[in-house]
Write a protein that binds this ligand. Sequence first.
Ligand code: TRP
Length: 334
Amino acid sequence: MIDGKKVIFSGMQPSGDLTLGNYLGALKNWVQLSDEYMTFFCVVDEHAITVRQDPATLRKRVRELMALYIAAGLDPEKNCIYVQSHVSCHAELAWILNCFTYVGELQRMTQFKDKSAKHADNINAGLLTYPVLMAADILLYQTDVVPVGIDQKQHLEITRNIAERFNNIYGDVFTIPDIYLGKAGTRIMSLQDPLHKMSKSDENDNATIHLLDGRDAVIRKFKRAITDSEAQIRYREEQPGIRNLIDIYCACTGKTPQETEKEFDGKGYGEFKIAVGEAVADLLDPLQKRYKEILADKSYLEGIMKTNGERAEYYARKTLRKVQKKVGFVEKIR
Ligand code: TRP
């Protein structure tokens, strides 16, 4: 709790271009949460370097992601949006928590196994201890709730385990965070393979709507979306492609699947796909305009990074000091 409000923490990696899935599944939900909670939304550049990054590209992407958070509607006065590496407490707490985490439990993480397979030439220790840094992110702010996708559930569980283990030894130091998976239907699937999640690293460009795709590209990709030969627009499991399109349409327009079925009753897939494409483009249009404006104003963005980084540091430092004292570090004379 901070100032009588429950605390939310979440983060995204500045690696790869964000997709419509990131927006509808995560960012859009974050905006809705920001009235009720004290929120911290972090650009996790330290996590990003667990796989090789080109320095200039990483720098660019951090700024872009900051701009996108704001463009998506996160007011930087109300939400603490900042860059992970600007608050050194994250790395410091991660070190301490490393000493309360077992190698075996880290080796069991599915993301570690997947990424080790994918980057077999660079299985560095950071890849293994990735979840410990994530635990530090979350625990530094005495976080109550962490909105993330289902793929991060295991990391949330290990965070809770580490926190409980620490609290069992030293007393109530950390708040034990809960996961928040968001509403059903916000899991956006690939346009080319509706059984798999829309991914920013998909090799087939037609599978993914990038947040910065222009209207023509958006509509072209929807026209090519994989559907089926049922020739009816119905919201059901047997038609995963159409179902995904309905989910996207509903997320953009606020309509329900039932209303959408009715609206397109008897109409062809071609017409429906264009309608979904238009709805998505209408949603992305203003976001892209704001994004470009924010990114163009370098000093504005830098000001936000500075003030919000300092604000985050204030809260993080409090927890870190407490932890350092508990484990027996001699207090630094200031
Ligand atoms: N691991 C998360 C992801 O890849 C990003 C992340 C890092 C995060 N630290 C976090 C998410 C803390 C929530 C809370 O999506």
